[in-house]
Design a protein around this ligand. Structure first.
Ligand code: ADP
Ligand code: TZD
Length: 568
């Protein structure tokens, strides 16, 4: 540090680090530069972990997934204007997914920014962040750092979690404050996400609706996984005997091999159920907005959510249950016996079991078929068998076909072990989530990535190697976005919009940084490489050549593509 720090005074740099540490925050994901380089140095010197990235969006994604995994806000630190904007995508994605994170950005001199006099990296960041964050704050005085950080933490994790922006002007960081005053200004957040108990009458209403159901279904979303009420959720499923469906990131809350999982009969149960209990899942596009053909027969919903305005957002909700998932599920459990809720009868369970059996044996046949060149099923069949032996591995997954197939083929056995494109269906979370998950859990990560999806964050391979993280990235390389076979209809020199360099060797990228590269073309080779990479516990990348004709446009979202009426 270049400025003087006497025994009696401290400064904004120290206070920011002190305020974070005071609240048990031990890791910062970020990228340095003016005016926050010394903040990163100081954080490290004071015993915090600083994980430096190659692009702020990936640092932000790492912070977001850390928040989801731990219920503590993940911290992303960036420079002003462009660094801030790079981080903002991750902040918006965190808010959309209800993950708690705090984006802390340095900002330029207020008086120059406000008069738009053209400062270095000038931008009104606070206002730019507002529409995309759950809350946004700026701290202008060193003595407010304690309260500002406390406010950011509480805003991120209380109620519906989300992304918070915290603006730190450069001059704040070098402001000095007398040590005693500084110490007293720190705030330890008490009970940052207090329990929110559901109203007793809403619990009764929900129990009565469930009691009257002939064909009940439980739907678990990533809010249920976030809540860490794993035992009670499992007890609710098992004591009611209801079939359940996990949304993608709720997979593993109960093991996917659980007898009551209806995943292999998904369309049947969604169409046929008469009462659906939503636990931490929104009726957004991922659930066809709760209506239309997917949902078939008329039905009534119980919806457990901490955000009251989520209720009736897409369809009428007969029994809203507002509160934290732990408290709501516990209240339902406590009332089950008195309400006299019986196990669903065979008229509902038998046809589900039948469809599950049929679909699972069909799938098993597809996974076992050895086709050359390797397709999505062949590759995922091999990965599935290896990962079965490693139930505690963290799985990151993005792409179109790569995402849709992996979600249904790879089983999860433990809660909060699957991290994917989420509510936006965003590409680019891959390496950021992988790094965040590895840092937070200390456990291995396997990232299954479409070749296009990987490109958004691929440079973070260097970060993975630098911190020697046990991350194995598998690239499903089918030479393009969705597939590699499109042609330019004009016959011109440019390739079609969806096409990449043919037969690229992504494995060589990680070798450049000292990681282990594998190049595979068959399920057997893929299986061997993955077993080897996991055993090594070192940064590794498997380039898996996938049949370039195998993918469909937009994976399973073909219906969301607008059609050109002028097409020939
Ligand atoms: P999915 O994509 O898996 O369907 P969503 O992200 O759409 O899940 O829904 C998660 C829901 O969970 C959000 O509406 C959010 O408000 C809610 N939620 C998150 N944490 C909690 C909690 N601790 N208690 C209650 N509801 C929660
Ligand atoms: N940009 C961002 C930020 N998010 C997106 N979802 C997209 C673009 C559009 N997009 C998808 O929805 S999937 C995808 C893109 C570019 C990549 C699909 O190709 P892939 O996977 O190679 O990753 P598959 O398995 O070959 O389909």
């Amino acid at each position: 540090m270049t400025h003087n720090v006497s025994v009696e005074v401290t400064d904004g740099f120290h206070l920011v680090v002190d305020a974070l540490k005071h609240n048990d925050i031990d890791t910062i994901f970020g990228l340095v530069g003016i005016p926050i380089t010394d903040l990163a140095r100081l954080a490290q010197a004071e015993g915090m972990r600083f994980i430096g990235f190659r692009h702020e969006q990936n640092a932000g994604n790492a912070a977001a997934i850390a928040g989801y995994m731990t219920q503590k806000p993940g911290i992303c630190l960036t420079v002003s204007a462009p660094g801030f904007l790079n981080g903002l995508t991750a902040l918006a994605n965190a808010t959309t997914n209800c993950f708690p994170m705090i984006l802390i950005s340095g900002s330029s001199e207020r008086e120059i920014v406000d008069l738009q006099q053209g400062d270095y990296e000038e931008m009104d960041q606070l206002n730019a962040a507002k529409p995309y964050a759950k809350a946004s704050y700026r701290i202008n005085k060193a003595e407010d750092i304690g309260i500002g950080v406390a406010r950011a933490i509480r805003a991120a994790v209380s109620g519906r979690p989300g992304g918070v922006y915290l603006d730190l002007p450069a001059q704040l960081l070098s402001q000095t404050l007398e040590v005693g005053h500084a110490k007293r200004s720190l705030v330890k957040v008490v009970d940052p996400a207090p329990r929110q108990l559901p109203a007793p009458e809403s619990v009764q209403r929900a129990l009565e609706l469930i009691k009257g159901a002939k064909k009940p279904l439980i739907l678990l979303g990533k809010g249920a996984a976030y809540a860490q009420a794993d035992d009670d959720i499992r007890a609710l499923v098992e004591r009611t005997g209801m079939p359940y469906l996990p949304m993608s990131m709720a997979k593993g809350l109960l093991p996917d091999t659980h007898a009551q999982s209806a995943s292999a009969a998904r369309s049947y149960v969604l169409a046929e159920a008469d009462v659906v209990v939503l636990i931490g899942a929104r009726l957004n596009w991922l659930l066809a907005h709760g209506k239309g053909k997917t949902w078939g027969k008329p039905k009534q919903f119980v919806q457990i959510d901490i955000a009251p305005t989520e209720i009736d957002s897409n369809v009428a909700i007969a029994a809203p249950l507002i509160g934290d998932i732990g408290s709501c599920v516990a209240a339902l459990l406590a009332g089950l016996d008195a309400a006299g809720i019986a196990q669903p009868d065979a008229a509902w369970l038998a046809p589900i079991a039948e469809r599950k059996d049929q679909n699972m044996s069909k799938m098993a046949a597809m996974l076992a078929r050895d086709v050359s060149p390797m397709n999505f099923h062949g590759a995922l069949g091999a990965i599935r068998e290896v990962l079965k032996q490693h139930p505690d591995i963290n799985l990151v997954n993005e792409g179109a076909n790569t995402l849709d197939f992996a979600r249904s083929i790879i089983d999860q056995y433990q809660p909060r072990k699957r991290f994917d494109s989420g509510t936006w269906g965003i590409m680019g979370i891959g390496m950021g989530y992988a790094i965040g998950a590895a840092v937070v859990s200390g456990k291995p990560v396997v990232a299954i990535e479409g070749d296009s999806a990987f490109g958004f964050s691929g440079m973070e391979l260097e970060t993975i190697c630098r911190y020697e993280l046990p991350v194995t990235t598998i690239i499903f390389n089918n030479n393009g976005v969705y597939r590699g076979t499109d042609v330019n209809p004009t016959g011109g020199k440019d390739v079609a919009p969806t096409v990449f360099v043919k037969n690229a060797r992504y494995d060589k990228m990680i070798e450049a940084f000292g990681g282990i590269g594998y190049n595979v073309a068959t399920p057997e080779e893929l299986s061997r490489a993955l077993i080897d990479a996991i055993a090594a516990g070192k940064p590794a990348l498997i380039n898996a050549a996938i049949d370039e004709t195998a993918g469909t446009e937009s994976g399973r979202l073909t219906n969301l593509n607008p059609q050109s009426g002028a097409k020939k």
